[in-house]
Design a protein around this ligand. Structure first.
Ligand SMILES: Cc1cc2nc3c(=O)[nH]c(=O)nc-3n(C[C@H](O)[C@H](O)[C@H](O)COP(=O)(O)OP(=O)(O)OC[C@H]3O[C@@H](n4cnc5c(N)ncnc54)[C@H](O)[C@@H]3O)c2cc1C
Length: 391
């Protein structure tokens, strides 16, 4: 309880903000979360929580609640888009049996975090839109309703369009990455097993995995595009547009797409990883510091890691917040840069066009046959990273 006299204001009740609130409140701080929306909720879509994120949820004693409401992933299967034939099976059950990967409904994860935070004593204040943050040893948060608040520490967990990031870094607009993603949930009529199916096509791919009790399937369909006209970064879309864009996808992929009744389209935007994650007594966390493409499913997992490390850093130096925040950035920034870069490269691997796709698929097949364990272990540096066990 070394953070007993610390008053903390967190901007944003997403995965990162709620996890940080819980971490800090449990260590004795008094935490208030300011959220702009009228309810703490999430879009109806899935999320992969990988072992590095699970490590944090386990340390927060939330892993049972998460496991109860989600599917434990047994494999990742890469497939050809045209006929759905298997190219590579990464058998997590066999080659990473000690690790836990889950397919989670985002709303369930947010509820688990929000319930635990409120139970620990965190105040979550809704309809509190932050307009500006003044940094310094006594930071001030300016709200759209004219009110101001502050505290000993302000944490910007306010996502891609973060106001806190603006206060700490040179102004930069999020840039379009040349990729869009549709998200949808469909019934699991085909009884898709607890595996992530990745259907790889030229310039596009579709990921499908079951959620909750297995009765629904989460779809993420990513496509390369030159232009993105909308100013906002996601919007409802006509399912026919999705089906037209993925018309070349056959087999199970075609069947899944044929069932989509509602979908939303995301323009995938990014900033570079923020140069400055702290100034005075203000810090950044999650997408506010390092928005990433979703192609390694790490944005939410990194936000969980950030929350834990921030708590540890503050507990190690509770009397010197700027020094604690500097330690937090030192521990986190290089890893975030590495993961963000790897996620950007992964899209390219899934999107190969002929004539490159055929030999690349043969190499993947051969790797899967000769060294399946090595194929599974290629991302061990991400998944086996356990921030809760580091000194
Ligand atoms: C298609 C897609 C698939 C993905 N799949 C995965 C996956 O499988 N696994 C994974 O780990 N990650 C995944 N991600 C990434 C993940 O969704 C994000 O990285 C994660 O949600 C970031 O959490 P956060 O708390 O930092 O920010 P956010 O989730 O963006 O939360 C920010 C919160 O702050 C609030 N807010 C914003 N501005 C203000 C303001 N001015 N005042 C008050 N409140 C404010 C917002 O309303 C929101 O509640 C995916 C992303 C996309 C687009």
């Amino acid at each position: 309880m070394t953070l007993k006299h610390l008053n903390v204001t967190i901007i944003g009740a997403g995965i990162g903000g709620l996890a940080a609130a819980l971490v800090l409140q449990r260590r004795g701080a008094q935490v208030t979360v300011l959220e702009q929306t009228e309810a703490v909720s999430e879009v109806g879509a899935g999320l992969q929580i990988t072992p590095n994120g699970m490590a944090v949820l386990t340390a927060l004693e939330l892993s049972d609640a998460l496991a109860w409401s989600s599917q434990r992933a047994k494999a990742v299967v890469l497939r050809r888009h045209g006929d759905g034939r298997e190219v590579l099976r990464l058998d997590l059950d066999q080659y990473a049996a000690d690790l836990r990967y889950y397919f989670v409904h985002r709303a369930d994860l947010i509820k688990i975090l929000a319930d635990a935070a409120r139970e620990a004593g965190v105040q979550v204040r809704l309809l509190q839109k932050v307009e500006r943050v003044d940094c310094g040893p006594n930071p001030v948060v300016h709200l759209a309703n004219g009110a101001q608040c502050g505290g000993d520490l302000v944490i910007g967990a306010d996502g891609l369009h973060s106001q806190a990031r603006r206060a700490l870094n040179e102004t930069s607009q999020p840039f379009f990455t040349g990729q869009v993603a549709w998200r949808a949930i469909v019934p699991n009529h085909g009884k898709l097993p607890a595996e992530a199916q990745v259907f790889m096509g030229p310039g596009q791919h579709l990921v499908a995995y079951p959620l909750r009790d297995g009765s629904m399937v989460n779809l993420v369909a990513a496509q390369e595009r030159r232009a993105w006209a909308e100013e906002g970064w996601h919007m409802p879309d006509d399912p026919e547009n999705l089906r037209r864009a993925f018309a070349g996808f056959g087999g199970e992929a075609h069947h899944l797409l044929s069932q989509v009744q509602d979908c939303a389209l995301w323009g995938l935007f990014r900033h570079p990883v923020a140069k400055h994650w702290h100034k005075g007594a203000v810090a950044l966390l999650g997408d506010a510091a390092h928005p990433t493409l979703p192609f390694l499913a790490q944005g939410g997992n990194l936000a969980l890691e950030d929350a834990w490390v921030l708590g540890e850093a503050l507990e190690a130096q509770p009397e010197d917040i700027p020094a604690a925040l500097a330690g937090y950035q030192r521990q986190r920034r290089d890893r975030a840069v590495r993961v963000v870069d790897a996620a950007s490269r992964n899209a390219w691997k899934y999107h190969l066009r002929a004539p490159m796709s055929w030999p690349a698929h043969q190499i993947l097949k051969l790797g899967g046959r000769l060294a399946p364990q090595r194929m599974v272990a290629q991302f061990d540096w991400i998944y086996r990273h356990d921030v809760t066990r580091q000194a």
